[in-house]
Every structure is written in structure tokens, then in C-alpha cells.
Design a protein around this ligand. Structure first.
Ligand SMILES: [Zn+2]
Length: 276
């Protein structure tokens, strides 16, 4: 019989306080639930495709109470409870701005089943997103305490970190986060992950080359920083093998290999490169 996974999108759309500071470039703030809800929706698809049954414990935008959420999962006899969130430090872009991913389990469960599930998800989050990994922690949160099944809460970035705030509304990032959750859940339950297009992404293993009239930067790490520039490509020059596609501060890069096996990163923006 298929496993049942309860999916929790954290908060209501209008839950007070759960939003980024005002973002000048957008002319608004981003609500935490914009991210949580999108990831839960992608994760729902990913899990169903891989053969799980799912239960959305707060399918509407209203502020569903935590007790309602966990009661539903308990009544349905879910096998695991996944609560998707975005973190906050001090609610301001000023001053110190921590960043990165944290996962939480109930106190005492780090080395029990919930901890194993969290590790399994963390393995993929570490690989799939270029963010700092802050570890798996224990906390006495309602959704971890009042759930009768193994429960993991994930904080997938910081709302008050300027770059991570913008990632919240990047569909590529949302999808990446959902996919990493799904792969980790599949591993834990020993279920084969079924990818969206039946296997390899179309660009994997192909050549990418510059179509930019000028010097196109490539990087020695997933970054856009001047300090990470490893060299420049001229028009028509490129790399023989694409290994992966990653999102860096909201924009895609290909992870590539040159003929000597050295690994670099180059923009995946179709204005600058083409895959041949
Ligand atoms: Zn939250």
C-alpha cells in the first residue's frame, strides 16, 4: 500500500508577521506563504508521481490552526508529516543577515526515525541548492510535538536575507526545493523517485557555448561574484559537457566540465549561451 505523506504549508497567506521586509525592487514584501504554498504544491505533484498518497493539511489560504493541521494528519494515519517554511532572523535587511537551510525534528528524535528522514531530505537540499547548510536541529514546535507520525519541519532560507528573500518567488528555486524534499522522502521510504520528464534533463551531457559578442564570464563555483570568475568565453567557445543546472541568486547556471575534467559554472541564460 502506498505511503501517505501529510504536507503542511506553514502559515496562512495573511498570518501576521510572516513576510519579508519591504523590497524596494519589487515595491512590496513577500509573504512566507507565497513560498511555502508553492513548494507544497510542487511537492504534492512530485510525491504523487512517485507513487505516494498525499494529504494537504491546510489546502486554503486562510490561517488554518496548527491543531487543525496536525489533527487531520493524525486522523488520516499519515506515515510522515512535512512542514515547509522560510526562516526569519530579525525581520530586517539591515545589520547581520544569516542565510541558509535548517531542518527541525522534535527533541530527542535526531537519532530516531524523524532524524533519519530529515537527514535524507537534507542530503538532497545540500546538493540541490547553493545555500549554506545550517544543520538538523531539535525544537519543541507544535507540528513536531502533536503529530503521531514522524515529522520534519524545513526552513529553506531567510526572509530577511536580501538574496534569499528574492529566491522565495523564483519558480525554479521553489521547484528545486520541492524536488529535493521529494527525493529525500523517496530515499527514506525506499521508494523509487520518478522524475518529471522520465529521466535525464534534456541538457545533461550536452555542449554549451557562448553566443555573446564579447567576453562571457565563467566561474569556479556557483556564484556571480567577480572573485569567483575563472575565465572568459569568446563567441562560439564553450564547454563540452553540462553536468547540471543550478539556481544562483535567482538566476540559472550550468555546472559544466571541460575536456580535462575541471568543473566550472556558466550562465544558462539563453541570451548568452546555447546548448548544442
Ligand atoms: Zn514559517
Amino acid at each position: 500500500m502506498a505511503y501517505l505523506i501529510a504536507l503542511d504549508d506553514g502559515h496562512g497567506m495573511e498570518t501576521p508577521g510572516k513576510r519579508t521586509p519591504y523590497i524596494n525592487s519589487l515595491g512590496r514584501s513577500i509573504k512566507e506563504n507565497e513560498f511555502n504554498r508553492a513548494v507544497v504544491s510542487f511537492l504534492d505533484e512530485e510525491l504523487q508521481r512517485s507513487g505516494f498518497n498525499t494529504l494537504l493539511v491546510a489546502p486554503t489560504d486562510v490561517d488554518t490552526s496548527l491543531a487543525t493541521r496536525t489533527n487531520q494528519a493524525n486522523r488520516a494515519g499519515a506515515d510522515a508529516y512535512i512542514s515547509v517554511h522560510y526562516n526569519a532572523f530579525d525581520g530586517s535587511f539591515e545589520g547581520s543577515n544569516p542565510s541558509g537551510i535548517e531542518l527541525y525534528v522534535y527533541p530527542g528524535h535526531l537519532n530516531r526515525e524523524a532524524g533519519m528522514l530529515a537527514k535524507s531530505i537534507a542530503n538532497y537540499l545540500k546538493k540541490g541548492t547553493p545555500q549554506e547548510f545550517r544543520g538538523i536541529k531539535e525544537a519543541n514546535f507544535h507540528v513536531l510535538r502533536e503529530t503521531a507520525m514522524i515529522a520534519v519541519l524545513t526552513e529553506n532560507g531567510f526572509m530577511d536575507h536580501p538574496d534569499e528573500a528574492l529566491l522565495m518567488i523564483d519558480p525554479e528555486f521553489q521547484k528545486e526545493v520541492a524536488m529535493e524534499h521529494a527525493k529525500g522522502i523517496c530515499d527514506y521510504f525506499d521508494v523509487a523517485y520518478v522524475p518529471e520528464n522520465g529521466g535525464n534533463e534534456w541538457y545533461i551531457g550536452r555542449r554549451v557555448e557562448s553566443i555573446f559578442q564579447g567576453d562571457l564570464r565563467f566561474y569556479n563555483q556557483p556564484s556571480w561574484a567577480d572573485s569567483a570568475v575563472a575565465g572568459y568565453l569568446q563567441y562560439g567557445y564553450g564547454f563540452p559537457t553540462i553536468l547540471d543546472r543550478v539556481i544562483v541568486e535567482g538566476s540559472p547556471q550550468y555546472k559544466v566540465e571541460n575536456s580535462q575534467g575541471a568543473v566550472y559554472y556558466v550562465t544558462a541564460n539563453e541570451t548568452y549561451v546555447r546548448v548544442v
